[in-house]
Ligand binder design. Structure first.
Ligand code: ZN
Ligand code: ZN
Length: 114
């Protein structure tokens, strides 16, 4: 099938963990299923209209009735966004990150206080 690339559901190589991420298929992929990091590329979900392109790291995960809600924070501009988890996200990490003490401090220079 000769189909032009649609911008919203391509695979990509995760800039946080370096793994190759396949297109999600049913929705536009918002974050890496392996490390849950995202990229700051959207102003509104899926529009890819933001030029920041900083890596957005997970800073919190909450269980909800429709899966998990991941809170991301941009390592460049500090913008915080909430996103639904995808079907193939690492369940292990999602469960682990529901406890904020299990989330590594991804931002350099800002060490978590002991
Ligand atoms: Zn990743
Ligand atoms: Zn940003």
């Amino acid at each position: 099938m000769a189909k032009l690339f649609t911008k919203n559901d391509n695979g990509f190589v995760c800039r946080a963990c370096g793994k190759e991420v396949k297109p999600l298929g049913y929705s536009s992929r918002n974050h890496c299923p392996f490390c849950l990091a995202s990229l700051h590329v959207d102003i509104n979900p899926g529009d890819r209209a933001c030029e920041c392109t900083g890596i957005m790291y997970p800073i919190g995960v909450e269980p909800s009735s429709k899966g998990y809600i991941i809170t991301h924070k941009c390592s460049v501009c500090g913008k915080v966004g909430r996103n639904k988890s995808a079907d193939d996200d690492s369940q292990h990490l999602l469960i682990k990150y529901t406890n904020p003490y299990n989330i590594p401090d991804f931002t350099e220079g800002k060490r978590r206080e002991k």
